[in-house]
Write a protein that binds this ligand. Sequence first.
Ligand SMILES: [Ca+2]
Length: 80
Amino acid sequence: MHSSPLQCSLELPSAPQGLQPRCEGDLDGDGQVDVSDLLLVIAHWGTDGGGVCAADADSSGGVNVTDLLLVIAAWGSSCN
Ligand SMILES: [Ca+2]
């Protein structure tokens, strides 16, 4: 369906750029690894991230089980 993969270059507006490195597993940049990050992966499951770079947690070019596992591995972490 997606013949032209999107460049994964966009960050979510809530993610502060240049202030701190993005915490692994904190896909939406709110400082917590929680259900909102899990939902972000699910929402973009099987896609190239839909231009939302954060959903492609491992920057593999696709949102799949490795991204899900990355969120689960960091579950409950606080990044602030
Ligand atoms: Ca988060």
